[in-house]
Design a protein around this ligand. Structure first.
Ligand code: GDP
Ligand code: MG
Length: 437
């Protein structure tokens, strides 16, 4: 979706003066892209209706850069469609706050339950998990394993037991142990069926959760709408968690579900790991759909792993006016190593795919990189352009690495420098508030 929409919008951007027919034609293209991306028909129609109304307004056609204005309107309306502000959880004054996690089989309920517990624990709350998917023994074990991994207690029912009784017992256990939040993982099916909905309704009525989070797989196409509607009608969900946003699907499901149910997307799953959960920010999701790259998301994720001071320095280099030197390159490589799988982070940045940085940096290679950079003079580190033949040979001798490796490092550094410039460009634009390229 993003790439195509970006293509359409970039044509808008190029146009100097916009006429009404041009706007209409352009919006028809946006419409086609949205429909192709499995965005629900009605959602698309309503969306474009609002965009068109604003785009045909006088302020746009008479403005200095009408193309830019339209792109901004598309962005703003996308953000508005996705929700207002950052959605939050309704916390109760007398704990535990109860969250029920529902969705089809394989959508990511169990994983998301653990991710939520992890996040709440990091926020200083005391979570407990309840395993109420009692149809498969493996499901109970899966949550127990995750619970051990993140050090969160799991109240589990027995295979074939009654999920309602288990959920109620979990509430009592959470209260007794002074847990402030209980996350109830439930069973799913491959399709919506009445038996499942009936079971979920009984669990809901049994524990009266503050939140019912519907977990949806972002890779699901048109089906997403029907499934979300089904769950919402049966249970009156309070929000949506969109999982597998690390995959190729990038917006269709989010737009459709939000458009049809009116319920906010609260969290976004971006990987299989327990830390791979972001809060859903409509502005950011709109930006992502428009393929600006989720720089804010990247920074937020990095934040959890990075040392603050070091990070600020790096950020200043990346987004501020500072120059990017080999010293920074070394720091960045070390940071990146701590951030985890790099390819996943890079997916968030447009154009980064072209960078041939390996997904995981081999620690041994890191040592070599370090040795090479440390064998350079401060002047060379500041200004690598001066590193020609004889300097390269000297550095090779000093670091005990072959010249070819020094060449490779310098090449990689140049690529990284270009990439940092690109990030800087994006950062500046995001900062200006419009968020438009
Ligand atoms: P459930 O049947 O709804 O409980 O689904 P699970 O939590 O067992 O997840 C099903 C599969 O999807 C597992 O292999 C998960 O690792 C994977 N999964 C869940 N969330 C994400 C996500 O955000 N990104 C990716 N890539 N995989 C996910
Ligand atoms: Mg499960």
């Amino acid at each position: 979706l993003s790439d195509k929409l970006d293509g359409v919008l970039s044509r808008f951007r190029q146009r100097g003066v916009l006429t009404e027919p041009m706007i209409r034609e352009g919006l028809r293209e946006v419409r086609r892209v949205l429909l192709e991306a499995d965005v629900n028909f009605k959602v698309t129609r309503d969306f474009l209706g609002r965009v068109q109304e604003r785009a045909l307004g006088e302020s746009v056609v008479k403005s200095v850069s009408p193309g830019q204005q339209i792109v901004k309107i598309v962005h703003d309306e996308l953000a508005a469609l996705l929700g207002e502000g950052r959605p939050t959880i309704k916390w109760v004054s007398s704990p535990p706050t109860i969250l029920m996690v529902v969705g089809l089989q394989g959508s990511g309920k169990t994983t998301t339950s653990a991710k939520l517990a992890r996040r709440f624990a990091a926020e200083g709350r005391t979570p407990m998990l309840a395993a109420c998917d009692l149809q498969r023994p493996a499901a109970i074990e899966q949550l127990q394993t995750l619970g051990r991994q993140i050090d969160v207690p799991v109240h589990a029912g027995t295979f074939g037991g009654d999920p309602v009784a288990t959920a109620k017992a979990a509430v009592d256990a959470a209260r007794a142990q002074g847990c402030s939040v209980l996350i109830v993982d439930t069973a799913g099916r491959l399709q919506i069926d009445e038996t499942l909905m009936d079971e979920l309704r009984r669990v809901r009525d049994g524990v009266q959760p503050q939140e019912i989070l519907f977990v949806a797989d972002a890779m699901t196409g048109q089906e997403a709408v029907r499934i979300a509607e089904g769950f919402d009608q049966a249970l009156d969900i309070s929000g949506v968690v969109l999982t597998k946003m690390d995959g190729d699907a990038r917006g269709g499901a989010a737009l459709s579900i939000r458009g049809v149910t009116g319920k906010p997307i609260k969290f976004v799953g971006v990987g299989e790991g327990v830390d791979d959960l972001d809060s859903a920010d409509p502005e950011r999701m709109a930006g992502r759909i428009l393929q600006m790259g989720d720089v804010v998301g990247l920074v937020e994720r990095a934040q959890r792993t990075m040392d603050m001071a070091e990070q600020e320095k790096l950020q200043e280099k990346v987004l501020g006016k500072g120059r990017f030197t080999l010293e920074d390159f070394l720091t960045a490589m070390r940071q990146i190593q701590r951030m985890g799988p790099l390819d996943q982070l890079l997916k968030l940045i447009p154009g980064a795919k072209k960078l041939k940085i390996p997904g995981n940096i081999d620690p041994k290679r890191m040592k070599h990189v370090e040795a090479i950079i440390l064998s350079m003079t401060p002047e060379e580190r500041e200004n690598p352009k001066i590193i020609k033949g004889s300097r390269r040979a000297r550095i090779a001798r000093g670091s005990g690495r072959p010249v070819s490796e020094i060449n490779r490092l310098l090449k990689q550094f140049t690529e990284m420098q270009k990439f940092m410039k690109q990030m800087k460009g994006l950062g500046g634009l995001m900062g200006k508030g419009g968020g438009m390229p």
